[in-house]
Design a protein around this ligand. Sequence first.
Ligand code: PLP
Length: 456
Amino acid sequence: MTLLNDRTEEILQQDGHLVHSFSDLHSLGQEGARTVISSAEGAYVYNEQGDKFLDGMAGLWCVNVGHGRNEIADAVAEQLKTLDYFSTFYNLTHPAAASLAQRLTDLTPANLNNVYFGNSGSVANDTAIRVLHYYQNRLGNHRKKKILSRIGAYHGSTHLAIAMTTPVYRAGWESADELVHFLSSPCAYHHPDNMSESEFCDFLLDEMVRDIEKVGAENIAGFIAEPIMGAGGVLVPPAGYHERTAKVCKDYDIKLISDEVVTAFGRLGAMFASESIFNIQPDIICTAKGLSSGYQPISATFFSDEIMDVVAAEGNRFLHGMTYSGHPACCAAAHANLDILENEKICQHVQSAGPHFEKQLRALSDLDLVGDVRGSHFMMGLEFVKNKSTREYYDEDVAVGMRVSQHAQQRGLIVRPLGAMIVLSPPLILTIEQIDDIALKLRESIVATMDDLAKL
Ligand SMILES: Cc1ncc(COP(=O)(O)O)c(C=O)c1O
């Protein structure tokens, strides 16, 4: 990497006023931000000095169609020139929101024919819970409000979404704790009790049923689950888990909310993973990120007809709304993004290139530091351990994930450090050559980290 230039120094000075999400503000105040990304094209981003990095995170799990797509920028500009803003409050609407609602509900699993637009995954999930609570109220189920979530989950950082998120993400912060009941993480690697995959699945289902009986189904409105947990560490459930939890939800009249903020719009090779990949029919699906590939902030929460029939019954009022819900420019970005996903057959590309990505990353498990490689298609994580057979971790302050990610950055690859892990969720347009390049750079970075650790 080249030395910082004057312009970068100036940006870092200005950045002293910026409150960074999920950061250690004290250290940032002393050391300043490290990475200034100024431009992007395809699968690559560039810093102010012109150094090139392969964007192994697609921004923040979101730039599905890759960076620098003029079609999306042009569609947004065109829309702003035609209709800059209008609301969808009350009886108002505009063509961009109406046509996007039609287009998306044509793509969702059957009976999810109703969509509410927001501006983030957090808001998509908050919307799901607010509407579900109102649904229960209208049915007279005034106590049926609790949400089942899972350890390891990440559902956002607004007040309801963070309450459903695994506790480490809100340590010391206020949270609506009474709203949520947590079940175990479905990741087998963190339950090293020598269980087979199917025994582990049985264990999780037994716990779910036991906890529902304990809390009382009459107190539980919904179960929220990411098909594959992302920010919690790419936690993949055992085979059959989603189908079986969906059945338990049906049996106990608990609504199933699928948080597809990361998994929708191609990341696993399908527009929606719930039905196409995991064979479940949720009552609510929450999406954001890949809906516009991050070009504009837009989220969509889809509701079943059964829920909406109750919510929209005569005499009821939908008392939920945000100024920028269905913003014309965001809807235009989503339309242009969907055009690319469809015209360039991005899901088919992920179906064929995704297994190669998986294979290349799984090949890294021959390295002593690599305890686990998990994930699916373009959503992968590597977990690092001190001892493979005991799964013992390095002390937290060794920051092994950060070390690997810094070595990767020096080699022109951005990956996300996450404790003892790194996670990868690259743009979905990666070529086979780019995938092989990622695997090579990661191997070198992990070996360099092992050299560092040997010197500690
Ligand atoms: C599964 C999941 N749900 C919800 C969110 C929150 O989305 P946002 O950051 O857009 O509020 C995220 C963000 O990473 C996510 O991964």
